[in-house]
Design a protein around this ligand. Structure first.
Ligand SMILES: [Zn+2]
Length: 304
């Protein structure tokens, strides 16, 4: 409306290249905001909600385009979101240290489909592994010796698998129900199971009903120092048929050699309270499984 004069209650905005207008949030997203940085979405700039407005003197001083979205924070300190480090995960899905991804070097990222599915801060730093092997947090310093403590109780049955004339992949040691079991070697608990009852053992048949095979309570530990016979390999130690776990034991918990981990039990296919100790050396970063010819005689790793 040429010639009309409209009083502006909040002042008039001189808009470069556009018709000047009365100041309001609608034409100037910074109008109501103290000096600072704001995501467009937080100050009503709906068309550029994921970009960053730098507001000075209630005017837009600059707009930064945010490639990975805008992080809405308090008090005019919004910022462009950092790119997801997993976008640079070149070996596909899995665990990657931040250092190789341009992310936080002390963080282990779980990358799935080029995005961070979860992440964990490594107290002692992150250890990159060779291509194809999952990176991991550095283990706590080992306080024990790099060898395996003998299980409690008395020897019942030895290792006889894989060319040794039998099919027993560990060592059985009989001990009273509830006898404390300690970590035979320092490491991280990487597997547990609880809640399995005893599965009646048929002495004449020498076995249990198939429905309860492998249904035992257990604790699985990954050794800090690797395999005592070859520190370049990982070693997994299994304690099977336990009654219950010691206080505080669960996945991810670090235990030192000699720390309580569980109590001797009779869970699963078992003819009496005992612990089945099984150890599995594998290539670094590889998975371990029970009852395969990867298992070796635990006695070969005993501390003297
Ligand atoms: Zn056994």
């Amino acid at each position: 409306m040429a010639g009309a004069v409209e009083p502006c209650a909040d002042g008039c905005l001189d808009l470069p290249g556009a018709t000047d207008a009365c100041a309001s949030d609608a034409v100037e997203p910074c109008f109501n905001d103290p000096d600072g940085s704001y995501c467009g979405g937080s100050i009503g700039a709906s068309a550029r909600r994921d970009d960053l407005y730098v507001c000075v003197g209630r005017r837009t001083a600059r707009i930064d385009a945010c490639a990975s979205g805008c992080d809405d924070r308090a008090g005019g300190t919004d910022a462009c979101r950092a790119a997801d480090p997993c976008a640079r995960a070149t070996f596909g899905n899995g665990a990657d240290c931040g250092a190789g991804l341009g992310g936080d070097a002390a963080v282990l990222y779980n990358c799935q489909g080029g995005r961070t599915a979860s992440q964990a801060r490594c107290e002692r730093g992150c250890e990159a592994q060779p291509p194809g092997v999952a990176d991991r947090c550095a283990a706590a310093p080992t306080t024990g010796r790099c060898c395996l403590l003998r299980p409690p109780g008395s020897f019942v049955r030895g290792f006889s698998a894989c060319g040794r004339g039998g099919s027993h992949y560990g060592i059985d040691s009989g001990a009273g129900l509830g006898t404390a079991l300690v970590a035979g070697i320092s490491g991280t608990v990487v597997g547990v199971a609880t809640g399995h009852p005893n599965c009646p053992y048929n002495v004449s048949a020498g076995t249990c009903p198939s429905s309860c095979v492998n249904q035992f309570n257990y604790v699985k530990i990954r050794s800090d120092c690797g395999d005592p016979s070859d520190g370049g390999r990982d070693l997994y130690v299994y304690y099977l048929h336990v009654d219950r776990l010691a206080a505080g034991i669960g996945n991810g918990v670090h235990v030192n050699q000699g720390d309580p981990i569980a109590y001797v039990g009779n869970s699963g296919c078992s003819s009496g309270p005992h612990v089945h100790l099984e150890i599995v050396p594998v290539a670094r970063g590889a998975s371990a499984f029970l009852n395969t010819c990867t298992s070796v005689d635990p006695a070969s790793r005993y501390c003297s």
